[in-house]
Design a protein around this ligand. Structure first.
Ligand code: ADP
Length: 272
């Protein structure tokens, strides 16, 4: 088996103090039970909307047959459940593609600020629908990272979608990219990408497990807002593939910051 041990660092400011938790993310611990749990979770996640669709088909054949208003309402619900299943299957495929690519280093030289900005443009319709404001802060000044462009876009959109889902209604979201020149405290040649929201926040004890597959603070709420429970697991895998780190900071009732730290490409000649 693999002997490499990886850690995710989670920071939770509590009463003004910083609480650091280290998560061992080497997933070789018990691969068999991990797979078994995963299959059980996926089955459950698909079974629930499927049961609802089957139930409504029966209702449409019976009681609601001659009630056009009820029929339309039930069709809407069924459509929603179908979308939910499709979304879950899409996320499962993303996760398996990311896992497959994990041993290969990303090879494209990407300007992180340009990529972040254009990803935000693509998210405009969702941002508008949520009546949120997203401000973009570029302190990376053209810093390049070695990346898989599509995967890095997915990281940004998953984090922004979460900020929209769990952020304050009409709240502010900030997406910032910070280069090595700005980010002196990182010392190494890294860039920082941060997505901040002013939403409900997350209690500290959830943070170490938040990026696990299907881990949710509130399953009901996650489903209601269209979550699959896989968004952060996908983010975590992509970040690891890029030899980076995922940090989560949150204060309940105030908001959350999800930070991705990535090594810069050595094709930045101004950096040693
Ligand atoms: P989901 O599809 O449920 O959003 P994720 O893996 O993206 O799955 O996130 C896991 C859980 O983490 C969510 O269900 C939610 O409880 C919590 N979460 C994620 N992002 C935020 C955020 N910005 N603010 C508050 N809670 C969050």
């Amino acid at each position: 088996g693999r002997s490499e041990v990886r850690y995710d660092v989670h920071i939770a400011p509590a009463d003004g103090n910083l609480v650091l938790t280290f998560e061992d993310t080497s997933d070789a611990k018990d691969l068999v039970s991990f797979r078994r749990d995963f299959v059980a979770n996926v089955s459950h996640e698909l079974r629930t909307p499927l049961a609802s669709v089957v139930g409504f088909i029966e209702t449409l054949r019976g009681a609601a047959k001659d009630d056009p208003a009820a029929r339309d309402r039930f069709l809407d619900i069924m459509e929603g459940e179908a979308h939910r299943m499709a979304h879950l299957v899409d996320d499962l495929l993303s996760l398996s593609r990311v896992e497959e690519s994990e041993r290969k280093r990303p090879t494209t030289v990407v300007d992180i600020a340009v990529l972040a900005n254009s990803t935000l443009k693509q998210l405009d319709p969702q941002i508008a629908a949520a009546k949120a404001t997203v401000s973009f802060e570029d302190q990376a000044q053209g810093t390049m990272v070695l990346a898989d462009e599509g995967q890095l876009r997915q990281v940004i959109s998953n984090l922004v979608e979460n900020a929209l889902r769990y952020g304050a209604k009409q709240g502010n979201i900030t997406v910032g990219v910070y280069g090595p020149a700005y980010e002196r405290r990182l010392r190494q040649n890294c860039i920082r990408l941060a997505v901040r929201d002013e939403g409900e926040g997350i209690a500290a004890h959830h943070l170490p497990r938040l990026a696990e597959r299907f881990y949710r603070v509130d399953s009901h709420r996650s489903r209601e807002v269209g979550g699959t429970g896989l968004g952060l697991a996908i983010v975590k895998h992509i970040v690891h593939r890029h030899r980076g780190h995922l940090l989560i900071e949150s204060v309940e009732g105030k908001g959350s910051t999800f930070t991705v730290i990535l090594p810069v490409s050595d094709q930045n000649p101004q950096l040693s």
